[in-house]
Design a protein around this ligand. Structure first.
Ligand code: ATP
Ligand code: MG
Length: 378
């Protein structure tokens, strides 16, 4: 959904010009020609803006008065407001800021400056707006490549969607993604679409356009499937913008972080409420898991994040450690201990179905549902 901007000006030409410049940037425009109309539109759920560009000099009710009345209303107390006027006196600016303005533009203004200020204010508002519902962000981090991270993240995401949760699953890799294939999807767009944008140009609409919907209800942003990114991979700035918008689009955001601790992955780790380490039941993998748990903060993991471990045994072998052995070595209880089921997973991948759908009443499906329940309780 595009962000809405309310433009208030008694001059229809100014309304048209500013409206056109902002519309071209992908914003939805709501126009008002007087103060009362502006207040009505700002307080109406259907036209409620994300930002207001407000002319100061208007007959009947001037911009200062509009601003004071808006600020007095809790739903409009924090919306960014740019005052827009021919007045250039210092006193006018001070009165404007005292009335609750966030920024000030003096006419005539160039569209480029207007757009830059609008973007900056919207971006800042998206970081700080406290009244927005925050999604639960769960990161799955592979202790090593091929540990089963994507499989776990995917099956848990489906289990959560089956519990009527609005889930978005993002495969955070620069290239060689497997998620789309594992889901039987042919995505029109991948994470690479965001990589080719400037980070500060990423808005809700650009994030939404990368999402592919799966028949289970899980919405996914898969990594590019090609072996080499044709565009820039996403950088920490992109990751920040992505998370901000995902927060508005889902109740639960699942990040398949892979096993490479790139600066982007570290940035994303800092947004995770829960970090699930996916590892194997062998001595080396467990040693690495312990190290990652200890180093958490240095990797960008939040101090208040809840850390859990899932052990995946992909191969049937008599020398694999048992669950109690594993828990002893890690000195921690596991969130799950997944037994090997190569046929199940192979069949799922062949048909493009997550394992939980291949055998919905099987042992693995139950385990994924239990993990989903445990995550909802965290
Ligand atoms: N419990 C299991 N038993 C058997 N095979 C499994 C199991 N879980 C996952 N697999 C298989 O292991 C392989 C690797 O899994 P997956 O792609 O999920 O790992 P990954 O850690 O995401 O890998 P990458 O490092 O490439 O991103 C896949 O072929 C998957 O089907
Ligand atoms: Mg993977």
């Amino acid at each position: 959904m595009a962000e809405k901007i309310l433009i208030v000006d008694d001059d229809p030409n100014a309304l048209r010009l500013i409206g056109y410049a902002l519309q071209r940037q992908g914003y939805e425009i709501v126009a008002a020609q007087n103060g009362q109309d502006a207040i009505d539109k700002a307080l109406n759920e259907k036209t409620k803006p994300d930002l207001i560009v407000l002319d100061l000099m208007m007959p009947e009710m001037d911009g200062y008065e509009v601003l004071r009345r808006l600020r007095a209303n809790p739903t409009m107390s924090r919306v960014p407001v740019i005052l827009f006027t021919a007045k250039a006196q210092v006193d006018d600016k001070i009165t404007g800021f005292e009335a609750g303005a966030d920024d000030y533009l003096t006419k005539p203004v160039t569209p480029a400056e207007l757009i830059a200020r609008v973007k900056a204010l919207l971006l800042r508002a998206s970081y700080t707006a406290p009244e927005r519902p925050q999604a639960q962000v769960i990161g799955f981090l592979g202790v090593k490549g091929g540990a089963g991270t994507t499989s776990i993240a995917l099956n848990v995401a489906v289990a959560l969607a089956q519990k009527e949760k609005r889930v978005i699953l993002v495969e955070c890799q620069p290239y060689l993604g497997t998620l789309a294939r594992q889901m039987g999807l042919r995505p029109r767009s991948t994470l690479a679409s965001l990589g080719q944008m400037k980070a500060d140009a990423i808005d809700q609409a650009s994030v939404e356009s990368c999402i592919t919907k799966h028949h289970t209800g899980v919405r996914v942003i898969p990594a590019p499937l090609k072996p080499k990114a044709t565009t820039q991979p996403i950088m920490p700035g992109h990751a920040q913008a992505l998370i901000n918008h995902l927060n508005n689009l889902a109740q639960i955001v699942i990040l398949d972080l892979g096993s490479q601790l790139t600066p982007t992955v570290r940035q994303l780790l800092g947004h995770c409420d829960n970090v699930i380490y996916v590892t194997e039941a062998d001595d080396i993998a467990l040693e690495m898991t312990k190290m990652l748990l200890q180093e958490g903060e240095n990797l960008g993991v939040r101090t208040d994040a809840l850390l859990k471990i899932i052990v995946v045994n992909r191969i049937r072998t008599a020398v694999a450690l048992t669950r109690p052995d594993t828990e002893d070595k890690l000195e921690q209880e596991l969130l799950a201990f997944i037994p090997p089921a190569p046929e199940l997973f192979r069949q799922g991948e062949r048909d493009g179905h997550p394992a939980i759908l291949v055998q919905p009443d099987g042992l693995h499906a139950n385990m994924f549902r239990q993990v989903a329940d445990a995550l909802l309780d965290l």
